[in-house]
Design a protein around this ligand. Structure first.
Ligand SMILES: NC(=O)c1ccc[n+]([C@@H]2O[C@H](COP(=O)([O-])OP(=O)(O)OC[C@H]3O[C@@H](n4cnc5c(N)ncnc54)[C@H](OP(=O)(O)O)[C@@H]3O)[C@@H](O)[C@H]2O)c1
Length: 273
């Protein structure tokens, strides 16, 4: 936990009866999907570092174990989030390992580039399944747990590339899923407000996580892409996973209680250019 947060907590009077949904000092139960790599790994560790109990979910046991290494507050579940029983399995595992669910970070996604004429039906379906339907079905399954203790927070990880009226040639399916997720963020914010559940979005810019290579780019091409993007980002560099993880912790903090339905771009200003 950062020293400033510790000092802040130490200064505050004890408030008996406050829940994790209301008080930053109470450890929370957190699910981070896609927590084995990149932004998900940094996010899981950022929550664990502030004392929360975290469940990371992904398909690769070794990367999930790497995230948990040295972080006793992190538990792992190997699961494909597109499997029909995944929402139930993830929710049960989170309640088992964390005892509660206060925060759901829908971070897992897969990339894949193709112009419309080259889109393969199975690849498109798989991408929409993992990037749009899987977060929808998991969020639906966690609602009662999120609402149980005065209301939790859902954080959807979108993409700055899909914000507003932008087009994204050769990335239409991925971008459509991310734009759809932003729409769900706004819609769920209204639907779930009566249950005390906040819903927010984070739209990262270009973050150096290796996602380009996992989406089929050769390593040299991804490195060249990162160098070229850095010259166009107003703040002069591409992002690091920790740049996003910090905001994930802030937006889901009980002290952010009046924000819901917003999608925050964290992209060094790239989407403004
Ligand atoms: N990096 C960027 O430049 C950037 C920019 C904008 C938005 N984003 C978004 O930020 C989020 C994290 O991206 P990242 O860059 O950290 O990429 P990443 O390292 O590739 O992380 C994606 C994670 O999702 C998991 N995953 C994918 N499909 C899954 C499935 N069906 N079931 C379970 N787990 C699954 C992957 O693990 P397994 O393969 O082991 O399952 C992986 O750990 C994504 O939503 C991405 O779209 C990234």
């Amino acid at each position: 936990m950062p020293a400033a947060d510790r000092a802040d907590r130490a200064d505050r009077p004890e408030e008996p009866g406050m829940s994790a949904a209301q008080d930053s000092a109470v450890p929370r139960g957190v699910i981070v999907t896609g927590g084995g790599t990149g932004i998900g790994r940094a996010t899981a560790r950022a929550f664990a570092d502030r004392g929360d109990r975290v469940l990371v979910v992904g398909r690769t046991a070794a990367t999930l174990a790497g995230t948990a290494e040295g972080h006793p507050g992190i538990s792992v579940l190997v699961a494909d989030l597109t499997a029909p029983d995944a929402p139930r399995a993830v929710t049960e595992a989170a309640l088992d390992s964390c005892g509660r669910i206060d925060v759901l970070v829908n971070n897992a996604a897969s990339g894949g580039f193709a112009a419309l004429a080259d889109v393969q039906p199975k690849a498109a379906r798989d991408q929409l399944d993992s990037n749009l339907l899987a977060p929808l079905l998991l969020t639906r399954q966690t609602l009662d747990a999120l609402a149980a203790d005065g209301g939790g927070t859902v954080l959807n990880i979108g993409s700055a590339g899909a914000l507003g009226r932008r087009a994204w040639p050769e990335n239409g399916v991925y971008g459509a899923a991310k734009a759809g997720l932003d729409f769900l963020t706004r819609t769920w914010a209204v639907e779930l407000a009566p249950r005390g559940i906040r819903v927010l979005g984070l739209a990262p810019g270009v973050i150096d996580t290796g996602i380009g290579e996992r989406s089929g780019m050769p390593p040299e091409a991804y490195a060249g892409f990162l160098r070229e993007i850095a010259t166009r980002v107003p703040l002069g560099r591409v992002g690091r996973p920790e740049d996003i993880a910090w905001w994930a912790v802030q937006l889901t903090d009980p002290r952010a209680a009046y924000a819901t339905g917003a999608v925050l771009a964290v992209d060094g200003g790239l989407s403004l250019t």
